[in-house]
Design a protein around this ligand. Structure first.
Ligand SMILES: NC(=O)c1ccc[n+]([C@@H]2O[C@H](COP(=O)([O-])OP(=O)(O)OC[C@H]3O[C@@H](n4cnc5c(N)ncnc54)[C@H](OP(=O)(O)O)[C@@H]3O)[C@@H](O)[C@H]2O)c1
Length: 263
C-alpha cells in the first residue's frame, strides 16, 4: 500500500538505526519521509532512502531549517542537500519561528527565492501560530504549503487547524501518537479500540486520517510501521469522534512556539 496521507518520522533515530528504519518504512510504502537538520540524521536518512531501492523521484523528502540557520538559509539548503544526497528537496519547513530572534520572515523570503530557483519544490513551516503566519504573508505575500504542529486527540488544536484550513495550509501532526504515551492508554481510546478490534495506535491514526491531518508517525518496528500506514485509511464515525473530542486537553507546555528557543 502507498500513501501520502501519512509521513514517516525519523527523530530521534541516528546512524544505522535511522538508515534501517527509513529503508523498511519506504519498503512498506511510506512516501513522505520527515527529517530535520536539528535531528543530526539527514545523512543516515539519505542512506536509508537509497537502501530501500525505491526511485527517489517517487518519494517526498522533507527536512527543516534549524534556528541557527535563519541567517544563512542558502548555506543551510546546500548542507541539507549534500547530507541527504539529493539535488533538490521536495519540502522544506522552517522548524520553529523563534520570534525572540525575529529572523523568520527574512528566512522565509529567502526560501521563496530558492523555490523559484527550483532547489525546493514546496516550502512550509512547523510550529507556527497565526501571528507568525501573518508575518510571513506581510513579508512575502506567500503562504506556506503546510504547517507541521504538535497534534493528537489530547492536544487536538481544533482552533489552529480551522485557521490553517481557512488559509489553505495543509496540516501535518508531529508526535501524532503522543510519543507512545498517555494517549494510547486513554480510556476512550481503549474503548473504541476494543469495540472495533483495533489497537489504540490504529484508533489514534484513524482520528488523524478522518480529520484530514497528515500524521508524521515514527516506529522502529517494521510491523508497527505497516500497521500505522494502513491505519490512516481507517475512518471513525461521528460518535467516535465525539467521544475523543471529550478527552481532557493538555497545553503546549515547553512547546509553546512563542517561547520555544530551539536552535
Ligand atoms: N516539527 C517538530 O517540531 C517536531 C517535534 C517532534 C517530532 N517531530 C517529528 O514527528 C515524528 C513523530 O513524533 P515522535 O517521534 O515524537 O512520536 P510518535 O510518532 O507520536 O510516537 C512514537 C512512539 O510510538 C511508538 N509506536 C509507534 N507506532 C506504534 C504502534 N502502532 N503501537 C504502539 N506503539 C507505537 C513508537 O515505538 P516503536 O518505535 O517501538 O514502535 C515510539 O515510542 C518525529 O519522529 C519527527 O519526525 C517534529
Amino acid at each position: 500500500m502507498t500513501h501520502d496521507a501519512i509521513g514517516f518520522g525519523t527523530w530521534p533515530f541516528q546512524g544505522d538505526d535511522a538508515e534501517r528504519a527509513v529503508a523498511t518504512a519506504v519498503e512498506a510504502g511510506y512516501r513522505l519521509i520527515d527529517t530535520a537538520t536539528k535531528y543530526g540524521n539527514e545523512a543516515a536518512v539519505g542512506r536509508g532512502l537509497r537502501a530501500s531501492g525505491v526511485d527517489l523521484r517517487e518519494l517526498r523528502i522533507q527536512t527543516k531549517l534549524r534556528g541557527d540557520d535563519h541567517g544563512d538559509v542558502r548555506g543551510a539548503l546546500g548542507r541539507s542537500l549534500e547530507a541527504l544526497g539529493v539535488d533538490a528537496l521536495d519540502a522544506w519547513l522552517i522548524h520553529w519561528p523563534l520570534p525572540m530572534l525575529g529572523r523568520y520572515p527574512e528566512a522565509w523570503a529567502e526560501m521563496v527565492r530558492l523555490r523559484e530557483e527550483g532547489l525546493v519544490r514546496e516550502i512550509g513551516v512547523s510550529n507556527f501560530l497565526p501571528e507568525h503566519l501573518d508575518a510571513l504573508e506581510r513579508a512575502t505575500g506567500v503562504r506556506p504549503a503546510v504547517n507541521q504542529i504538535q497534534c493528537d486527540p489530547t492536544i487536538a488544536r481544533g482552533g489552529l487547524r480551522d485557521e490553517l484550513r481557512a488559509r489553505g495550509i495543509g496540516v501535518q501532526a508531529w508526535s501524532p501518537l503522543g510519543r507512545g504515551g498517555e494517549v494510547l492508554r486513554a480510556e476512550p481510546v481503549l474503548r473504541i479500540a476494543a469495540a472495533r478490534g483495533l489497537t489504540p495506535a490504529e484508533v489514534v491514526l484513524a482520528w488523524h486520517g478522518t480529520l484530514g491531518i497528515v500524521p508524521i508517525a515514527r516506529s522502529a518496528d517494521a510491523a508497527r510501521q505497516r500497521q500505522n500506514l494502513a491505519a490512516v485509511a481507517l475512518r471513525l464515525d461521528a460518535d467516535e469522534l465525539a467521544v475523543l473530542a471529550g478527552l481532557p486537553q493538555r497545553g503546549l507546555g515547553d512547546f509553546d512556539p512563542r517561547l520555544r528557543d530551539e536552535r
